[in-house]
Write a protein that binds this ligand. Structure first.
Ligand SMILES: [Mg+2]
Length: 360
């Protein structure tokens, strides 16, 4: 685990589709859009899994028995659960997320954390990345996604809920303190009704109130959770985004503030880019034989080209391994280049999925 005092500031995005099952139903049958609908809840003992916002205005909620929902909203349309269709939509969403970064930790079909600390797309701005993801999901999947951007998971999840539905909320590192202070304790993940009631009885309503208590006192009241509450009251949470898929490739890319004028300039930055790749490989590709190398360039007119070659390596790649690819890819040696990337692909191992973590 990274030491909090020295760890760089992370950029975490939490994404959450709005009323996911109901959203897929409305996408596939626009007549349902303005009507209150709920998925599930049929039969004597059925409960609602999801409902749309028109239904919520009547007080219909998920986990509510269908009968109760119909009493609150007699015009409610109950739809049967169609998991294959929701799973297909989920896969589309996750694919879009994984095109941005491999560091995606799904929490359910429609919710995930992304660690975008090392992503250089969208000028490295997590806010722009979140906007981009929201647009792509709207256009390609046909549903809306709410997103939260923050330096850690705890705050990113709160942020994605802050302007739901179809919202984006950003908590910048410098805003964390002010944001957390006013946060009601019941917004803290893991603080359920029982703990919230207990806190209220102790006159603790906000994280600022929590901060007035010594951690030892909180531990006395709440056991181990007390220490966690103390940390969260300061907006601290160093849980990593955990990826359970095996990495198929590792790459780095850099967008240059001023375009590189020619091939020679690209060759000059190759060693430093390679060093970055080696660092990433030592964390993520440990012991995995390299199967292919690739180079990516983007010219100043934004046209993007990639060249990939089979090259079996037992150790980390060297500058000489990339030089020929770069020379072959840059067909016009005098054309300005704004982005240069290097990567390796691993041999498909067929080995069971292993847990990889960003900070280990
Ligand atoms: Mg959701």
């Amino acid at each position: 685990m990274a030491d909090n005092a020295t760890a760089p500031v992370r950029k975490i995005i939490h994404v959450d589709c709005d009323c996911f099952y109901a959203a897929v139903e409305m996408r596939d049958n626009p007549d349902l859009r303005e009507r209150p609908i709920a998925v599930g809840g049929a039969g004597r003992r059925g409960v609602i899994t999801t409902c749309n916002y028109p239904a919520r205005r009547f007080g219909v909620r998920s986990a509510m028995p269908g009968g109760e929902a119909l009493r609150l909203c007699p015009d409610l349309t109950l739809l049967p659960v169609d998991m294959p269709r929701y799973r297909a939509a989920s896969q589309q969403v996750m694919t879009i997320l994984r095109e941005l970064t491999e560091w995606v930790e799904p929490l359910s079909l429609d919710e995930a954390y992304l660690d975008v600390s090392e992503v250089t797309a969208c000028k490295g701005s997590a806010t722009l990345m979140a906007q981009y993801l929201r647009e792509r999901v709207r256009e390609e999947v046909g549903i809306t996604l709410s997103a939260g951007v923050a330096p850690n998971k705890f705050l990113a999840k709160i942020a994605s809920d802050w302007q739901k539905p179809d919202g984006l909320f950003v908590i910048r590192p410098e805003d964390v303190d002010g944001f957390v202070r006013q946060l009601p304790v019941e917004k803290i993940h893991g603080v359920g009704q029982v703990t919230a009631r207990r806190l209220h009885e102790l006159s603790i309503f906000t994280c600022d109130d929590l901060r007035q208590q010594r951690p030892e006192q909180l531990v006395e009241w709440f056991g181990k959770q007390g220490y966690r509450l103390h940390r969260l009251a300061y907006g601290e949470d160093d849980r990593p985004v955990v990826v359970t898929r095996e990495a198929k490739s590792v790459s780095v890319e850099r967008t240059f503030a001023a375009d590189l004028p020619n091939l020679q300039a690209c060759q000059a930055v190759l060693p430093s880019l390679l060093e970055e790749l080696a660092g990433r490989l030592s964390r993520r590709g440990r012991d995995k034989p390299v199967h292919k190398l690739f180079v990516k360039i983007r010219y100043s007119d934004f046209s993007t080209h990639t060249l990939e070659r089979v090259r079996a390596l037992s150790g980390p790649p060297q500058v000489d391994d990339y030089q020929p690819l770069l020379a072959a890819l840059v067909t016009d040696a005098q054309r300005p280049i704004r982005l240069l990337g290097l990567g390796v692909r691993f041999q498909a191992s067929g080995a069971p999925t292993r847990q990889l973590r960003l900070f280990d």
